[in-house]
Every structure is written in C-alpha cells, then in structure tokens.
Design a protein around this ligand. Structure first.
Ligand code: NAI
Length: 330
C-alpha cells in the first residue's frame, strides 16, 4: 500500500481534502494517508507554521498531496508554501491548463503548461526596510536554477509530445536578472533540436493569452511571473476551482492546486474539490497508479459533462454533493 503525506491545509483545505480522500477510497485504491497539519492553526502548539515533522514526513514518503495553507499578507509568518518548496528543493512548479469537458469557457482548445521556477526570484524573501518610506526586495536569479528549470521544461516537452517551449521574461528591462534566465534558456534549447524555442515578454504574453491562448504550448518562467500567469491561465479554463498543480524536485514531489485557502467560502461546504482532485490524479500517475488515475479522471469528467457542478462553475451542488456524484460515476 502507498503511504502518502497529506497536508490538509486550512480554510477550505480540510473540506476538499476529505472529498479527495473519499473519492480515491471509493475508486478501490487504498492509500495509507500520513496526515500532517501545518499553517496558522499549528503555530500556537508548535511555534512554527511548518514543523519539522511535516518536512520529515514528505522526505520519508517522497510524495505528498497538499491542500492550501493561508499566508498572512504584509506581516506575520513566512509562506508555508514557499518554505516547503525551498526546504525540499521542489524546484519545478508544473501547472497544466487544459479545457475540461462540460466546463464552457471563452476559448476551446486551450492546452498549455506553465513551468514555473520555484525556489528563487523575488520569492527568495530577501527584503529590507530601508526607512519608513522605503522597502527593498531583492530579485535573485542564478544560472544553476535557471538552467535546471529550462531543462525540466524541455524534458517535459519531449516526454509529453509537446512541440514548443516559450521562455517568458522581462529581459528588456531587467537586463541582468531576466537576461540571465533568457541566456540559460537559449543555451539549454540547443540540446533539444526537436522542440521549437520561442521567447516573449511577460506583458505581451498576458495580452496574447487573453486573446488567443491556443497559440501557446509549454511556457517556462521565473517564479513571480509564473505565479501570476498561472492564475491567469486558470481563468482560461474555468477558474481556480479547476486548476491543478505539482511541485517536483529530484527526491520528492508535492501535488497541490493553484488556488489558495479561499477564506471567503471556508466551512460553507461550497468549495470545488476538482483542482485538488486533478492534482491527486497527476500524483497517482506519478506513483504508477495510472489505472486508478484514469478511472477517477473519467468519473470527474463524466460528472462535469452531466452538468453537476459547484457554484464557482455556475452549478448548485455543495462540495459533498459533488463528491457523491463523482463517486457514483466511478
Ligand atoms: P484564493 O485562491 O484562496 O481565492 C481566490 C478566489 O477564488 C476566492 O473568491 C475563492 O473563493 C475562489 N476559490 C479558490 N479556490 C476555490 C475552490 N476550490 N472552489 C471554489 N472557489 C475557489 O486566493 P486568495 O484569496 O488570494 O488567498 C487566500 C489565502 O490563500 C492567502 O492567505 C494566500 O496566501 C493563500 N494561498 C495559498 C496557496 C497555497 O497554499 N498553495 C496558493 C495561493 C494562495
């Protein structure tokens, strides 16, 4: 039996985690979940939002499914998500973005993948208050991390029968930092003659994504642009409730949705579990349980195609009712 760490998060995290555990169980696949709490709720007892036991558990089990964890804005503790990715060296954040059956959106045929660098850039957390009126945040881009993520993007393209990798920067303005990222992309692209390399500035990318998203295939971006652009691409396929993701490193992988803890709908049985479920489907493929992964994905797609949806997709089902429909379709 697989032992997998489950970080069940806060906000809507516990509700959608329960839904996903119920669906996987109903599929017939037995998972020994190693449930680990993290975030604001554990600070009082353990003095940190990310206790060592959580990291130890992921290191030991090698695979984790993670629901969202709240990060206080402007003050308070450092993001558990950023810390987790950094501590476990989960350098690649993979966010596939493809239209779902039954979810009508502005564009058909969207099928792109955001590959976001996960360990540095402005998310390194190197910030300094200079005086009352000035704060500095340092953007860190290194050759090692940039080459590694570009190589990951090209390898992903080869393995997944993709044809193009597009490097997204603002190298016209940040000539040294984004310039280095672009230089690394150009160098790595030479090792993959079968994949077309393409370059675009992030502002132009955003404009083109909302006009013609089918023009894009694999995108590789430094951390901050990747974070922002992947919310935009989530919007192209029906919103945050359906956007899946994964953080991949050399030793372990943490699968998690793009969305946050959605405090506005916490505890109301309203959250859409689809994004976490699709992240779990990718996780099952990753651990070699492809048959169950496909079975669950089919049941989910059937449910959506039949018009059963949570309110974020214009439906009227609660989290638990939607979960039940997916289980019936398994
Ligand atoms: P959010 O993604 O939590 O919510 C944005 C909007 O989308 C809200 O209206 C919410 O109700 C809706 N939404 C999100 N997920 C949904 C779902 N599954 N079903 C239905 N509606 C859904 O973003 P927000 O409000 O900016 O962040 C809230 C907290 O989450 C913050 O503390 C933030 O730092 C944290 N966060 C955590 C992440 C993680 O754990 N990986 C990722 C992004 C944000």
């Amino acid at each position: 039996m697989h032992r997998i760490t489950l970080i069940n998060g806060d906000g809507i995290g516990p509700e959608i985690s329960q839904s996903v555990m119920d669906i996987i169980k109903a599929s017939g696949l037995e998972i020994d979940w190693d449930i680990q709490t993290a975030g604001a709720d554990v600070i009082e007892q353990e003095g940190t939002p990310l206790p060592k036991r959580v990291l130890d558990s992921v290191r030991k089990n090698k695979v984790a499914l993670k629901a969202p964890v709240t990060t206080p804005i402007g003050k308070g503790f450092r993001s558990v998500n950023v810390q987790l990715r950094k501590e476990l060296d989960l350098f690649a954040n993979l966010r596939p973005c493809k239209n779902l059956p039954g979810v009508k959106t502005r564009f058909d045929g969207v099928n792109l993948v955001v590959v976001r660098e996960n360990t540095e850039d402005l998310y390194a957390g190197v910030e300094k208050q200079i005086d009352d009126d000035t704060a500095h945040s340092i953007k860190i881009i290194t050759r090692g991390a940039s080459e590694r993520i570009c190589k990951f993007a090209f390898d992903y393209a080869v393995k997944n029968d993709r044809h193009e990798v597009c490097c997204v920067t603002k190298a016209n303005i940040m000539k040294l930092s984004d310039g280095l990222f672009l230089e690394c992309f150009r160098k790595i692209s030479q090792d993959y003659p079968q994949i077309k390399p393409r370059e675009i500035l992030v502002d132009n990318l955003c404009m083109q994504l909302v006009q013609a998203p089918t023009r894009f295939d694999v995108l590789v971006l430094p951390n901050l642009y990747g974070d922002i652009v992947s919310d935009l691409t989530a919007g192209l396929i029906g919103g945050l409730g359906v956007a899946q993701g994964a953080n991949i490193g050399l030793d372990c992988a943490v699968f998690e949705p793009v969305h946050g803890s959605a405090p506005d709908i916490k505890g109301q049985n309203k959250a859409n579990p689809t994004a976490l479920l699709l992240s779990a489907v990718e996780m099952l493929k990753y651990i070699g349980e492809k048959t169950y992964a496909v079975k669950i994905e089919k049941a989910l797609f059937k449910t959506l195609s039949e018009g059963f949806k949570t309110s974020d997709l214009g439906g009227n089902l609660s989290t638990t009712e939607f979960t039940q429909k997916v289980i019936e379709n398994l």
